[in-house]
Write a protein that binds this ligand. Structure first.
Ligand SMILES: [Zn+2]
Length: 291
């Protein structure tokens, strides 16, 4: 492993990639990676080296750390030193497709700063590798419970990928929150169901879509550390590389209870790609991939 530099994981993207902030860190999910992006036909390369700054969610934190804010990078603010103006925001998430061809989507808040009210897949800014970020976002943003006729087999599902930390503790907390939410929303039957569900079990990523996917290669200080296949979009307007892992669930969508896994209470539902979905408000990336 490459040595860290003096800047450390809150200020340096290479240090952050090497040592992501743990959930209990006060700035967890407040600082993200920036990277150099080179895009060719069906192949995107991201390079992150020591000395490249992180990017902060809020102006107060940006000032404290001496790094740009997300909106600075998005609009290419003159306060960013010229040598860092070529750095891109990085986003990762998961396009999950059920066996019967449905996508679980969430509706963004009507007051969201970008793409308000649009349907989106689970995704967020990278504060760790693309696979780890996508997995985190999927587990945090979607509450998926496997139902089916046999109560003994009903369970909350977390997704797991080889070599990444176990997502189970967070999922168990989420199960308790969802049970409470169902009660307060006046769904005693669902609440009972949520309480009866076993603790989260991990499900391995199921088969990635084989064909027509882009390749992403991530370099840390010159060394390749990640190579993935998925969907890629350079959103130049927002200076963001949008990356999505593409996976299939092994079961039809109607065997799953689907809810927003976070406390925002956003609408969540299964959508079949097609004209009805295309007529809905969608995030730019989702529209690019689906229509
Ligand atoms: Zn560093």
């Amino acid at each position: 492993m490459t040595a860290s530099c003096r800047l450390g994981p809150e200020r340096c993207s290479a240090c952050l990639l090497q040592a992501p902030l743990p959930v209990e860190h006060p700035h967890y999910d407040q600082v993200y990676l920036l990277g150099l992006v080179t895009s060719g036909y069906a192949r995107t390369q991201v390079s992150i080296s020591h000395g490249m700054p992180t990017v902060a969610a809020t102006p107060a934190l940006a000032e404290k750390l001496g790094v740009p804010t997300v909106s600075d990078v998005r609009r290419g603010a003159p306060s960013i030193p010229p040598r860092h103006r070529e750095l891109w925001l990085l986003s990762s998430g998961v396009l999950l497709l059920s066996r019967d061809g449905k996508l679980p989507l969430l509706r963004r808040d009507a007051g969201a700063p970008t793409a308000a009210g649009a349907w989106t897949e689970p995704a967020g800014r990278c504060d760790r590798s693309f696979a780890a970020t996508g997995l985190n976002e999927l587990n945090e943003e979607l509450f998926l419970a496997l139902l089916g006729p046999d109560p003994e087999r009903q369970r909350v599902v977390a997704f797991q990928a080889r070599g990444l930390p176990d997502a189970l503790p967070g999922k168990e907390l989420q199960r308790a929150r969802v049970a409470e939410r169902l009660v307060s929303a006046g769904h005693p039957g669902w609440d009972d169901l949520a309480r009866r569900l076993k603790a989260a079990e991990t499900t391995q990523w199921l088969l990635p879509e084989g064909s027509g996917l882009d390749e992403l290669v991530l370099f840390h200080d010159g060394a390749e550390i990640e190579r993935l296949r998925g969907a890629s979009l350079l959103d130049r307007e927002n200076h963001t590389l949008e990356w999505r892992l593409c996976y299939r669930l092994g079961l039809p969508a109607d065997h799953w209870l689907l809810l927003d896994g976070e406390d925002y209470g956003r609408e969540a539902r299964w959508w079949t790609p097609g004209p009805e979905l295309a007529a809905q408000p969608l995030t730019p990336a989702l529209r690019y991939w689906l229509t």
